[in-house]
Write a protein of this length. Structure first.
Length: 295
């Protein structure tokens, strides 16, 4: 089966998530793949090529504000709460949930909130390690204009581009990918597909997603929430939990904390992988091999 575009309706007529259905080729588990901030479902294309023969069905979603999902983020918890509706729309009972970066927290939070009862959760270089007070202080930094300027400079989030400007930008990302700190090791065609999918039509222009305002929204949750992006969220997990830690990723310098987290309870596993942060694009075969072992 060739990958196909699908939509996953949300409850109460709240819209739908765009997704890529990669199909399935066995009696293996259903697997939901969730991308990180600034990425989209296309990030999983090469992982899926390795993984789909071992899955009952394999689907990757576009979160709010990303890819071909037209919904915007107006509350900090919407993007992960949507995952419960997505799994319900698929009719899945106990899927394996795999999330990269922000998607790693998304699958963790949806499980912690009881929205999904997965067979297993796997987070790929996507952790929350601070206590609530520290996390709240760090989240406040997202409101600073300097943070917005940095995001615009690095990733052009919110940029309105003509078709020619968009295409030139996509090809420039492909050209620079071998030495890019986040794209090195990725197949050029995948960089092209992933980057092009990040532009949403806006009249005669395309808008690079997500918008800065949406990044601020999803990174400034209420510290009083029961499920919050701080280390105590893992106390709410009661299923097998695997952490894939990139040795050159965002959490490499905090490995001791990750070890402590995974050793705190039975059923938790830490797997190191020699990679920068964007493991799904740089090392799809190695990551697929890890996911095959999840049940």
């Amino acid at each position: 089966m060739e990958p196909r575009e699908i939509t996953l309706p949300l409850a109460h007529g709240a819209g739908a998530l765009a997704a890529i259905d990669f199909g399935g080729g066995s009696e293996g588990p259903e697997v939901l793949l969730v991308h990180g901030s600034g990425h989209n479902a296309a990030a999983w294309t090469d992982v899926a090529a390795e993984l789909v023969p071992h899955c009952g069905r394999l689907v990757a979603v576009d979160l709010r504000g990303h890819g071909r999902t037209t919904l915007d983020s107006t509350a900090a918890d919407q993007y992960w709460r949507d995952l419960g509706d997505a799994v319900a729309a698929l009719g899945w009972r106990r899927p394996v949930l795999v999330g990269h970066s922000l998607g790693g927290y998304a699958v963790t939070a949806a499980t912690a909130a009881g929205l999904i009862e997965p067979a297993a959760v796997c987070t790929v270089d996507g952790l929350v390690l601070d206590d609530r007070a520290t996390a709240a202080r760090r989240h406040a930094d997202w409101r600073k204009p300097s943070a917005h300027a940095e995001l615009r400079e690095l990733f052009r989030y919110g940029w309105r581009a003509t078709a020619d400007e968009r295409d030139a930008y996509v090809e420039d990302c492909v050209r620079r990918s071998p030495t890019d700190w986040l794209n090195s090791g990725a197949r050029p065609g995948l960089v092209r597909e992933l980057t092009a999918r990040s532009f949403a039509p806006d009249g005669e222009h395309g808008v690079r997603r997500p918008l800065i305002e949406e990044i601020v929204t999803l990174n400034t949750p209420n510290p009083a929430d029961a499920v919050y992006p701080s280390v105590d969220v893992y106390d709410l997990l009661h299923c097998p939990f695997t952490v894939v830690l990139a040795t050159r990723g965002f959490y490499a310098q905090r490995r001791a904390e990750v070890v402590a987290l995974t050793e705190a309870r039975p059923g938790r596993t830490l797997i190191d992988i020699d990679s920068h942060h964007n493991v799904p694009t740089a090392h799809p075969a190695a990551l697929a091999a890890i996911i095959k072992g999840l049940r």
